[in-house]
Design a protein around this ligand. Structure first.
Ligand SMILES: [Zn+2]
Ligand SMILES: [Zn+2]
Length: 176
């Protein structure tokens, strides 16, 4: 995809249509820099790491979107109800350690990509193959994001146990 200087893509959800962070049915709208109202800076220099600590990284720049994707691929990939990914067309990532331990898996016939630590399997950031958009698993970042997700996507195909989860009992530790 050709990038026009001075513009940045913004992911736009289509009302009433299930969308997917892999780009299916997602409309990419380009706006002039400075007019992107949804852009947010997690931190001028956000850092993150995998579970075992071998891979560490730093990200500078702003994210345009933050989506929780409930599609089948994201559920299998994450082993959970949904993925939680931040998206940026302009942020830059710097690998600080463990780059030799990073592996990228792309599901054949799809745009679904998973980047992970070969020691502990933790999800790590990657750039989407087609447009270079940086995708960062929210859980891989250190510290607080200071920002709620923008939306659930692919919500109609969520797991059958994934409904009204906010109403469940809450414990601060593993219940006895
Ligand atoms: Zn690791
Ligand atoms: Zn998904």
């Amino acid at each position: 995809m050709q990038r026009t200087p001075g513009t940045s893509p913004t992911l736009t959800l289509v009302p009433g249509v299930d969308t997917d962070w892999e780009g299916r049915k997602l409309h990419i709208r380009r706006r002039r820099r400075g007019c992107v109202s949804k852009g947010f800076r997690v931190d001028s220099l956000a850092t993150g790491q995998c579970l075992c600590g071998a891979v560490t990284f730093r990200i500078s720049g702003e994210f345009e979107s933050f989506f929780l994707c409930h599609c089948t691929r994201c559920r299998r990939d994450s082993g959970s109800a949904h993925s939680a990914n931040l998206f940026s067309s302009t942020a830059k990532i710097t690998w600080l350690s463990g780059e030799a331990n990073i592996r990228t898996f792309r599901l054949s016939g799809s745009r679904h990509v998973k980047c992970f630590c070969t020691i502990c399997g933790s999800a790590l950031p990657f750039s989407q193959p087609d447009d270079g958009v940086l995708v960062v698993p929210a859980g891989s970042l250190d510290g607080a994001l200071g920002r709620r997700p923008d939306a659930h996507i692919c919500f109609s195909v969520r797991a059958d146990w994934d409904d009204d989860l906010a109403s469940l009992s809450r414990f601060d530790e593993f219940p006895a």
